[in-house]
Design a protein. Structure first.
Length: 172
């Protein structure tokens, strides 16, 4: 009986320490040069392109660019333009620039901003790559695109993280 109590106590302590280490790795991004913020659940995500007053382009990398790349873009759209039209316009550009582009499933998405997710695959330097783009629409004339790309196997492994990051996206 005493052994079971010590085992349970040890297991509980291990779970608490594991949870604490997970929360300690989380970090938030916010910058005065952009009008949004988002949270990362893993310290492995690093900012590689910082926004400036001249360019709001922002990029984050998960270890290496091939493992996971996040680019955040703001797009002005017409008031009546549907999310399907916006995704189709973006897809037409990809067909020109991504070799072996194959469109995947489009899913609905709900986080702090509603939107959609477009999945696709392509080939770069003989490697199977995939993209998971979150189209988030905080108002009628603005869409933010969270462009996650990386090697196909790595992107499948990061799907939970990409969903979490997109859910924490908020406009200031």
């Amino acid at each position: 009986m005493r052994t079971i109590k010590f085992s349970m106590l040890g297991l509980s302590m291990l779970m608490i320490l594991s949870a604490a280490s997970v929360f300690a790795q989380a970090w938030s991004f916010s910058d005065p040069n952009v009008d949004y913020s988002l949270d990362f659940s893993d310290a492995k995500w690093k900012m590689t392109v910082k926004p400036t007053a001249a360019s709001t382009k922002t990029e984050f990398v998960y270890g290496d660019r091939r493992d996971g790349l996040l680019e955040v873009r703001k797009v002005d759209v017409q008031k009546g333009q549907t999310m399907t039209d916006i995704i189709n316009d973006d897809e037409q550009k990809h067909r020109q620039f991504f070799a072996g582009y194959v469109a995947g499933r489009v899913e609905g998405f709900t986080g702090r901003s509603k939107g959609a997710i477009a999945n696709f695959e392509y080939v770069t330097s003989g490697r199977n790559m995939s993209g998971r783009y979150y189209f988030l629409r905080p108002n009628d004339t603005t869409v933010y695109i969270l462009r996650f790309t990386g090697q196909a196997d790595g992107m499948r492994a990061l799907r939970v993280q990409t969903d979490q990051i997109a859910r924490t996206f908020r406009v200031k």
